[in-house]
Ligand binder design. Sequence first.
Ligand code: PHE
Length: 412
Amino acid sequence: MPYTVPKLTDFSTGALDSAARELLSALEQESAAVSSENDWKVYRDRWMARKNGILTQLNDLWLKAAPGPNKRDVGQRVNELRETVTTKVEQRRTMAEAFDLARKMNVVTGLDAGSTATPRGTLRSPGESKFGPKAWVGDVRKLLLESEGLDITLPGIRRPIGAEHPVIKTMNEIVGVFRNLGYSVEEGPEIETDYYNFEALNFPPDHPARDTQDTLFIAGQESKPLRDRLLLRTHTSPVQIRTMQKMRPPVRIVIPGRVHRNDPPDASHSPMFHQVEGLAVDTNITFGDLKGTLDHAMKALFGASVKTHFRPSFFPFTEPSAEMFVSCFICGGEGRLRDGQGCRTCKLTGWIEILGCGMVDPNVYGFVDYDPSKVSGFAFGMGADRIALLKYGVDDIQLFFNGDVRFLEQFI
Ligand code: PHE
């Protein structure tokens, strides 16, 4: 039999006590039966509807009916009950919502109140929850959030601010030194034609100098004339040609860029690496200008105390050509460290090879319509990755390119 509010005739404290007990036990029982939001609405209306809800009936059947001397007591009692009922009904709402969520997620079975539920998912029914119904509600909420891929209790996702890659940073530094000397920056395509990469740089077809730069050709181009065939540029020197084609002397440029060679990767080789090229063409440029410019640049990059040193070399597009060395900035050019151990950085020689350079070969001017009897110039090209390795004391070039954040983070 559902609870009905009794008409009171006895208004003594004892009678009020027992009537209140009866009401509260009905409140408790009915509350336990609420297992959905719909149930809860029915429950709320039954107890709290203005018109004929149980609380309203208490007013009519208990308070209004009470004789004068009992009014105070009864009024107090009714107020207490109103508070308890209101709180209980409100609390049960959370529970009802949790039931609906749990049902939606299909994590618990036997959600009908009173039934001894068999847990099917991760959750037990509220009655079986180890930490009581309140904890159960929390668990249902958490599961729901997780199932929707959102857990607002997790710490936020930190989005670290990126930083310049050590190789790019090094390239920018090198470029910066030459910018300060009035050089401007030029760039060119990484996929280049044989003409720009080799022919116009005075590497004739079949010349053995081509073998020094083992090239990655793009496949399936046999039908094209050699000069038009595409390859991955092996150096940044083709941009010398491209620039001189579009610019009349005086030219002062630096060319940072990525280059490719068919070199198997090891600690000091990578099939992809970076160069910074330089070119200065004007009237009366001499080898002395080349030496002075590069000596200054090395001091700016490695410190004022480094010395430079040139040895004869060969490149088809410069004549004469040289390799430039800087005195080892690890052992101070001694070849030995303070403790007498041999210096590994310079392989005990006291010198580190940094770049190739030379005076622009007059044949090259023929390809760009400059008059070799009027202008002269120098060019140089350096490996930025190698310089970055030296600057940062890194012993394996692969570390720069395999994308391990733990390595890269050290340079932030
Ligand atoms: N391009 C040459 C290389 O990659 C370097 C170089 C550049 C040499 C300019 C002389 C002048 O090895």
